[in-house]
Design a protein around this ligand. Structure first.
Ligand SMILES: [Zn+2]
Length: 100
């Protein structure tokens, strides 16, 4: 019953807890380090979240292939843009019951 087995290295920051983000001010853009959005700075994820991420990549690929914007897709499925964007990032479990 080890908890280690149920958590895996975050694939986005690879356990570095941070990732680079580009922040643009009025005159220039700079790269800053921000807490990893995927693991929220924890460095690892529940193993099941890898499935969510894989699912998110799949639905994102399908949406782009169908030439639908985030808001169009959210409307089509009856969910909010925030929910859809989280689903595509694997930040939440797959949302079921969408229209096909
Ligand atoms: Zn991370």
């Amino acid at each position: 019953m080890s908890d280690e087995k149920r958590r895996v290295h975050c694939p986005q920051c690879l356990g570095n807890l941070e990732s680079n983000a580009i922040v643009c001010g009025e005159h220039a853009c700079q790269i800053v380090r921000v807490p990893c959005a995927l693991c929220r700075g924890l460095g690892d994820l529940p193993r099941e979240q890898l499935v969510w991420i894989e699912h998110g990549r799949t639905i994102r690929r399908e949406r782009i292939a169908a030439d639908r914007s985030l808001s169009e897709e959210a409307q089509r499925r009856g969910i909010s843009v925030v929910e859809l964007s989280e689903e595509e990032r694997g930040a939440r479990p797959p949302i079921l019951g969408g229209a096909r």
